[in-house]
Write a protein that binds this ligand. Structure first.
Ligand code: ADP
Length: 268
């Protein structure tokens, strides 16, 4: 008797338009130089749905540049950034503003120094992207912004200005601003490194909650203990290349590469 359903099917054929198991974003052979400084030398990375990827490595190894390329803030010299069911941009040829804007629309960036507009209130900062860029109705954007601010405990700060908030509160606004865009991918660029030590915890707590909720994230961090707790994968970069990637316990506790070993032993 012929067995039915006995053949494992290729997951990509299971949903039309190639699907659910494709990475949220795939980066291939990404290259970027600033003058003679070859900052990214053919980086390959992919991030699956719900994955939290921690990018670690020495200062100057190109981690922030990777995030900025994903977010359309930097134009790579070559390679490709492709979002699932979204823009796929080939670099090394002319790239339009529209393509860069499409990349930005797919990913929400949380910056090291928060980058809030100083002369706008918390609420105005949060609804700026949804209303001005995504052209969504203002009343809807306000309602969603208020919900998000409530979730991070800042509902009573919505009419204040950034300078009236602590660094930890400003960074929570920075996170809410990224979430308000409903991005497929959240990017964190050393989100706690500008904070006083006593304010780090409240921001990491919010990030941990987002990870638990299943947000897909790429996070540049020096907080290796946090990376071990939250990341599903750790990528170690040095000198513009990915030296090693793997499960957090493996990369952080038992690295295969000598360069990784030296780096993690210094920080852990
Ligand atoms: P990391 O995040 O790992 O510290 P970065 O991606 O910030 O590394 O920087 C990598 C290298 O690229 C550094 O040498 C930095 O000076 C250089 N760099 C980054 N941005 C620029 C820029 N806009 N112009 C010139 N050099 C830059």
């Amino acid at each position: 008797t012929p067995s039915e359903g006995g053949t494992p099917s290729d997951p990509r054929t299971q949903s039309e338009g190639g699907g659910a198991n494709d990475p949220i974003v795939a980066v291939t052979e990404l290259r970027k130089s600033f003058g003679e400084n070859h900052v990214l030398k053919s980086i390959d990375l992919s991030v699956a749905q719900g994955q939290v990827l921690a990018l670690i490595g020495p200062s100057g190894s190109g981690k922030t540049t990777v995030l900025r390329c994903l977010n359309g803030l930097e134009i790579p010299d070559g390679g490709r950034v492709a979002f699932r069911a979204g823009p796929s941009v080939e670099f090394g040829r002319p790239v339009s503003r529209r393509q860069l804007a499409a990349l930005r629309d797919r990913s929400g960036m949380v910056f090291q120094h928060y980058n809030l507009f100083p002369h706008r209130t918390v609420l105005e900062n949060v609804i700026e992207g949804p209303v001005q860029v995504q052209k969504r109705p203002k009343d809807e954007a306000v309602r969603e912004a208020e919900d998000l601010l409530r979730r991070v405990g800042l509902q009573d700060k919505k009419d204040q200005y950034p300078h009236q908030l602590s660094g930890g509160q400003q960074q929570r606004v920075g996170i809410v601003r990224a979430l308000a865009l409903k991005p497929a991918l959240l990017l964190f660029d050393e989100p706690t490194s500008a904070l006083d030590p006593e304010l780090v915890g409240e921001v990491l707590h919010v990030i941990k909650e987002l990870a638990d909720e299943g947000w897909t994230m790429v996070m540049v961090t020096h907080e290796l203990a946090f990376a071990r707790e939250v990341a599903t994968e750790v990528v170690f970069m040095d000198g513009g290349v990915v030296v090693e990637r793997g499960h957090p316990d493996q990369v952080l506790r038992d690295p295969r590469e000598e360069r990784t070993r030296q780096f993690v032993h210094r920080l852990l």
